[in-house]
Design a protein around this ligand. Structure first.
Ligand SMILES: [Zn+2]
Length: 388
């Protein structure tokens, strides 16, 4: 990713160069005299949202170079309190069921999931773990399935990702080339309404820690997230934030986030609402038929969409119109004809009318028809609004 195309937070593509940083290692393969291998990275800032990002030639070789001196110092094994803070943060939302599927993205040694399994005391939990780098020695396999998966290759993720209920992404996101694509892939490929715990360094708190946190400024951390930027990225993918907080214990100021794939009920709600609208039109059609069949002098007021749909639902209504038993009233369409019947102006409503059925479903339209009817001296008991 030498050329930075777009900002993962806001998708804009205008950046400002902030600084250049050099990462270097001793090249121990070239003989007795040590030679320093150096690579330059640019730190750039998005002109729109202020997100900061490292730009360099992040190839597989470069990743091997950057991660060659990995140590175990930051793992949960050596700092058990990290596990406790994450467990306390996530446990209330973790609905323990018989076969809860867990996933740890970047779980490396497996310490986190193994601790979690022992804490849940649920032997029948099925656990999936994807390892960021399976080259790491001393993996605590336990009952965990390790899936080798390159998080920078979205196709690879699609192939390897199995549905999970609760995922953990602990200090992984800032190491990825395309964190937005990674989170979007989880959202798209996992069909469950899953929770995901995300933890990244809180870069906006670095200056509070002085020398404690200098190690964080390193091209391994491709993205320099802040809490507002991270939350913006997450919510614009479609996730909802369950809770988020800053934690500043130890060397790394951290952002803790619990997010959830939204339970998208909109489709069901819209369908239910459409069914309800059809129900109301059927109800109106029945009322018209009942009033017409009782030999009363009946009119419908409002010759619009509802009127048209009702005549399609109940064609017998057209017969009543054509036989003159059902009067049609409309202010704007007065003196036009429909079903070979002239529409009457409200001022020409016959005095001896028994019932007027107001058809428009929109509240302000039917209320305005009702008040016009009352102003014309029609008795309120004669007015029927079928949708109430
Ligand atoms: Zn941006």
């Amino acid at each position: 990713m030498k050329q930075l195309k777009s900002c993962p937070i806001c998708n804009h593509s205008a950046f400002k160069l902030i600084d250049t940083i050099t990462a270097s290692n001793w090249n121990v393969l070239v003989g007795e005299n040590l030679q320093r291998e150096e690579h330059e990275f640019q730190i750039k800032e998005c002109k729109y949202c202020g997100h900061m990002i490292y730009v360099g030639s992040y190839s597989e070789e470069m990743f091997s170079f950057l991660y060659s001196n990995n140590s175990e110092s930051l793992t949960i094994k050596t700092r058990p309190w990290i596990f406790e803070t994450i467990f306390n943060f996530t446990f209330p939302q973790m609905k323990i069921k018989d076969k809860i599927h867990l996933a740890d993205f970047g779980g490396s040694y497996g310490s986190f999931l193994n601790n979690l399994i022992s804490k849940l005391k649920a032997s029948n939990c099925k656990i999936f773990a994807d390892s960021y780098d399976l080259r790491i020695p001393n993996i605590e396999k336990g009952p965990i399935d390790f899936h080798s998966c390159n998080f920078n290759v979205i196709k690879d993720l699609k192939k390897n990702l199995q549905d999970f209920d609760f995922g953990f992404c602990i200090h992984t996101l800032e190491h990825l080339l395309k964190p937005r694509e990674f989170l979007r892939a989880l959202y798209t490929y996992n069909k469950r309404n899953f929770h995901l715990y995300i933890e990244v360094p809180a870069n906006e708190l670095l200056n509070k820690n002085h020398a404690r946190s200098v190690g964080l400024i390193h091209p391994q951390h491709i993205h320099i997230f802040t809490k507002p930027n991270l939350e913006f990225m997450i919510t614009t993918i479609g996730y909802s934030i369950v809770k988020s907080k800053y934690e500043n214990k130890g060397d790394i100021p951290r952002i803790q986030l619990l997010i959830k794939k939204k339970n998208n009920n909109l489709k069901k709600i819209v369908k239910r609402f459409m069914d309800y609208k059809i129900y109301l039109l059927h109800k109106a059609a029945k009322i018209i038929l009942k009033e017409c069949s009782s030999k009363k002098k009946v009119a419908v007021w409002g010759i619009g969409q509802e009127f048209y749909n009702i005549t399609k639902i109940e064609p017998n209504i057209v017969k009543y119109i054509q036989s003159g038993d059902l009067l049609l009233i409309d202010l704007n369409l007065a003196r036009k004809s429909v079903f070979r019947t002239k529409i009457v102006h409200p001022k020409d409503i016959p005095v001896k009318l028994d019932k007027i059925i107001i058809l428009p479903i929109i509240k302000h339209t039917r209320e305005s028809i009702k008040s016009s009817a009352l102003q014309l001296g029609l008795n309120e008991t004669k007015i029927i609004i079928p949708y109430q």
